[in-house]
Design a protein around this ligand. Structure first.
Ligand code: WT7
Length: 588
């Protein structure tokens, strides 16, 4: 659907006043120089995000408003965040965690996650985050590949780590948060008298024992700082490494796209288990000195509106599936709340359909601003800006400092409105610096001098980019990126399954849902009960979001002559499309 462009009458002065002239004159070298505040051109992203606020006039300003699932509320100032993370940094040092060692966070959205992330990066170690819905297999893949030395988790989640601990020889210590859900801020958290399990220490005991002063490790801008696992089409998830200078682009993009100003109350609904929660909760937005809201509970339209009203949220960053679910709950619900504090809305993660952009106007008198990026890009690369007209359905234009292009197979630019591969010119500050322990995977991202996103798009004659689809089999369900290989591996480990092929099936609410085609062992009778059992199995094994919502039993799966399952054929069959080139097809 094509909708008329939205010309906005802004009631505020945007940070990015003139896109074209800023884009033309933008130079990252100068900005990196300004942000390398330590002698010899060194920096530390935790210092930029937190300590620099804690040392200045913002020290007593609220950095984090936190609300838990059961309505518990906490507040942390920049100074408190800085001191608590110093304590954790000192604790890690006393455990012999050195620069470059990996420390992973397997946590729900608790304040300790933010404290830990800063503490780890302050001492120059690499912080990794893991989504709290991960099951044992997903955890093992990531902790094993990263060679994590320490894991921070809660007592509840610890049982999952325990199941796989024997397969993690590099894991030395586990830091446990006890009863995070029931207690209050540090002073009130009675130090637990219980003995910690083997190889574990209590989080708050560590904080208590360690000093709140720490000399932050002075890092080269290109030293590694944090890592995240993300899925491709083949093989296990890849450990994407980001360096300290990633914060330079995260801060500038938060300034230009989210329009963050220091008196904003900013709410990003993403989980720091994913890159959005790191780049635009901990790093870019704090670096600009804004207060941030984190809600650890489940999605509910009424609760979300209640939070906006209660905390007077001004800037809101969310995802298309959430917008569509809010729309389904009706604009009249939104109208029951006082949401006048809202000034600017943005969305990311999957295509934002024009109806969803327009629904923002209907419910909040503000459009949602779509923007596009990836785990690997470390920050937004294409976006709609407050000062620029929106063409609903378009991702917008490249960020200042980013060169984006649509190219053909040979890496040559195509004409306006012609579809091609979406590529970027390598070298922006937050571009991933490595795939952990898999240098060849990293190299595959670059071709003809471009960074290849793996997405297809076209650019119109005014330079707006329009998303077409993935160039590979990666699935996007409710904004989460799921590799079909991971789901297939989980499926074939089920005792009753022989083979499995997994695809993304278009879904009006979630963008895509996961659909699995499976063949069963001889003598196994297909049934609805079996489908459910398989779903539960994958859920426990991998993660809550990565299970197939639909399962279809087949006698055979389409394969190439070399025996590779052809997901493309399964997708064509599902969508009732032309099968395309079937010359290499073995059976169906
Ligand atoms: C993939 C990246 C979202 C940032 C962090 C998570 C898809 C992302 C959009 C958008 C259409 C989008 C792409 C991309 N995607 N944003 N605005 N419109 N598609 O990113 O999990 O690494 O996934 O998400 O396919 O490659 P991620």
């Amino acid at each position: 659907m094509k909708t008329k462009p939205i010309i906005k009458k802004l009631k505020f002065i945007p940070n990015l006043k003139n896109y074209s002239s800023t884009y033309k004159n933008f130079d990252y070298k100068k900005i990196i120089k300004e942000m390398t505040v330590f002698p010899g051109g060194k920096m530390n992203l935790a210092h930029t995000a937190c300590d620099q606020n804690a040392m200045g006039y913002r020290k007593n300003k609220v950095a984090l408003y936190w609300e838990g699932e059961e309505g518990q509320e906490m507040k942390y100032t920049f100074l408190e965040m800085s001191q608590l993370s110093n304590r954790l940094g000192n604790a890690l040092k006393s455990m012999e965690v050195k620069k470059g060692d990996r420390v992973f966070l397997f946590l729900p959205r608790v304040p300790e996650l933010f404290v830990s992330f800063l503490g780890i990066t302050k001492i120059g170690a690499i912080a990794g985050t893991l989504f709290s819905a991960f099951g044992p297999q997903a955890l093992e893949d990531r902790l094993q590949n990263s060679g994590a030395k320490v894991v921070v988790t809660t007592r509840e989640l610890y049982s999952r780590v325990l199941k796989i601990k024997k397969n993690l020889p590099e894991l030395k210590k586990i830091i446990l948060i006890d009863d995070w859900n029931r207690v209050n801020f540090m002073e009130e958290r009675k130090l637990t008298k219980k003995k910690a399990p083997k190889d574990c220490v209590w989080f708050y005991e560590l904080l208590e024992k360690n000093k709140q002063y720490l000399r932050v490790a002075q890092m080269k801008p290109t030293d590694p700082a944090f890592m995240l696992y993300t899925s491709g089409t083949t093989g296990k998830p890849k450990g994407v490494i980001h360096h300290h200078q990633a914060i330079v682009h995260e801060m500038k993009s938060a300034e230009f796209v989210l329009d963050i100003k220091e008196d904003d109350v900013y709410w990003c609904t993403a989980d720091p288990g994913w890159v959005t929660g790191i780049a635009y909760e901990i790093l870019g937005t704090w670096a600009l000195g804004a207060s941030m809201l984190v809600y650890a509970g489940r999605f509910s339209p009424a609760k979300w509106y209640d939070l906006i009203q209660e905390y007077r949220v001004t800037v809101w960053y969310t995802a298309p599936t959430a917008v569509r679910m809010l729309a389904a709950s009706g604009a009249s619900l939104a109208k029951k709340y006082n949401l006048k504090s809202l000034r600017h809305l943005a969305s990311v993660g999957e295509p934002l359909n024009p109806e969803a952009v327009m629904w923002g106007i209907k419910a909040f008198k503000l459009p949602f601003h779509d923007n596009y990026w990836q785990t690997e890009t470390g920050g937004m690369v294409i976006a709609n800006y407050p000062s620029m007209k929106i063409k609903p359905g378009s991702m917008g234009k490249p960020l200042p400092g980013i060169v984006a292009e649509v190219v053909n197979d040979k890496g040559k630019s195509v004409k306006p409105n012609v579809e091609g591969a979406l590529v970027l010119k390598p070298g922006w500050p937050s571009m991933m610096s490595k795939i952990w322990r898999r240098p060849n995977k990293y190299k595959k991202y670059f071709e003809h001098g471009w960074y290849i996103t793996g997405d297809r798009a076209y650019k119109d004659s005014e330079g707006y980019f329009w998303f077409v689809g993935r160039d590979d089999d990666v699935i996007k369900t409710a904004g989460e990126r799921v590799g079909p290989f991971e789901v297939e591996s989980a499926l074939v480990s089920h005792p009753k399954i022989i083979e499995a092929g997994v695809i993304g099936k278009p879904d009006p609410m979630r963008g895509e849902i996961i659909k699995a085609f499976v063949t069963l062992k001889k003598g196994v009778r297909p049934s609805e009960a079996l489908k459910e059992q398989i779903q539960q199995y994958v859920k426990k094994f991998l993660a809550g979001h990565a299970y197939p919502k639909e399962i279809e039993f087949m006698d055979n799966l389409p394969k190439t002559r070399s025996g590779k399952i052809m997901r493309r054929m399964l997708k064509a069959k599902e969508l009732g499309l032309d099968m395309g080139d079937t010359s290499t097809l073995e059976v169906f």
